[in-house]
Design a protein around this ligand. Structure first.
Ligand SMILES: [Fe+2]
Length: 301
């Protein structure tokens, strides 16, 4: 079963204040001492952030800016071909820069007038309750580091490309932003960890990896697909299933591979009805019942 901690590189702080990002052995930057030092410095800056203060600025290097320019141009082309009209429209209104990595304050100043969402820094994993709960206040916790320059079109963890080109382009749509806010408001009603995890998994199969039918084609709206150079093209190969909250909340998934099963909505209206309706009403009890029904349904008669 997926745990968020597998996705983010763990960040630790020693007794004398040294911040270390622990990259996995497979990470493209793991053998590059300069990249590792850079990651530690960016995480250390994010850890100094306190709400209400200005977001620490990252002085991105020329190499990092070049990674952004490459990925930004590639994803813009693919977005036109594979994203749903709502996201394409939202990205046009947001007009993120393609020539430099925007500081989080720049993202907020473009996004807030459209949907009220603001970006705050995250060194790495943010606990689920805080990450999802802050959506109610239209706050998005975002990492600031960027993938290693040796593999500009690949990242094993959510970097600025995912957070900004994936989530911000989606959050520039008032309809999708409202879904985030509704999910955020649900967090206060969920007191158990399994219930919170269920909500996170429904979110994963909708706002991260959701697709929908549009004019006879399958188009994506999930931030994970929108920010993935490879998967944005491959998702049409996935097994597509109709929206099912019960399945989405209980399905095991492997974040290290392309998703073999995706949930396909008939329209944004249907996402709002089914996924939005779930976010608006879910509580601990709902989750217990849905999880029990899934177990019962999976057992042989
Ligand atoms: Fe994400």
């Amino acid at each position: 079963m997926f745990t968020e901690a597998q996705l983010y590189s763990p960040v630790t702080k020693s007794a004398d204040g040294d911040v270390t990002v622990h990259l996995s052995d497979e990470h493209p930057g793991v053998h590059d001492p300069d990249y590792r030092a850079r990651r530690n410095a960016i995480a250390a800056q994010a850890l100094t952030y306190r709400p209400g203060q200005p977001v620490p600025r990252i002085d991105y290097t020329g190499e990092e800016q070049e990674v952004w320019r490459i990925v930004s141009a590639e994803l813009a082309r693919k977005r036109e071909r594979y994203a749903c009209a709502e996201v394409i429209e939202a990205a046009r209104r947001l007009e993120l820069p393609s020539d430099h990595i925007p500081q989080l304050d720049e993202v907020s100043s473009r996004l807030a007038p459209l949907t009220g969402f603001r970006y705050v820094p995250a060194a790495g994993l943010v606990p689920l309750r805080e990450f999802f709960g802050s959506f109610e206040d239209r706050i998005f916790h975002s990492t600031q580091y960027i993938r290693h320059h040796s593999a500009p079109l690949y990242t094993p963890e959510p970097d600025a490309v995912h957070e900004i080109l994936g989530h911000a382009n989606q959050l520039a749509s008032p309809r999708f932003a409202a879904l985030y806010a509704t999910a955020g408001a649900a967090v206060a009603r969920l007191t158990t960890e399994p219930a919170l995890k269920f909500l996170a998994d429904v979110f994963w199969f909708s706002m991260e990896f959701g697709v929908l039918r549009e004019k006879g084609e399958i188009r994506c709206y999930g931030a994970g697909l929108l920010s993935s150079y490879g998967e944005i093209e491959e998702f049409r190969e996935a097994e597509l299933r109709p929206l099912s909250i019960r399945e989405m909340g209980t399905r095991a998934y492997d974040i290290t591979h392309y998703q073999p099963v995706l949930y396909c909505a008939k329209s944004i209206d249907e996402i709002e009805d089914v996924v939005g309706g779930f976010f608006a009403t879910v509580d601990d009890d709902t989750v217990t019942k849905l999880a029990a029904a899934e177990v019962a349904g999976a057992q042989p008669a």
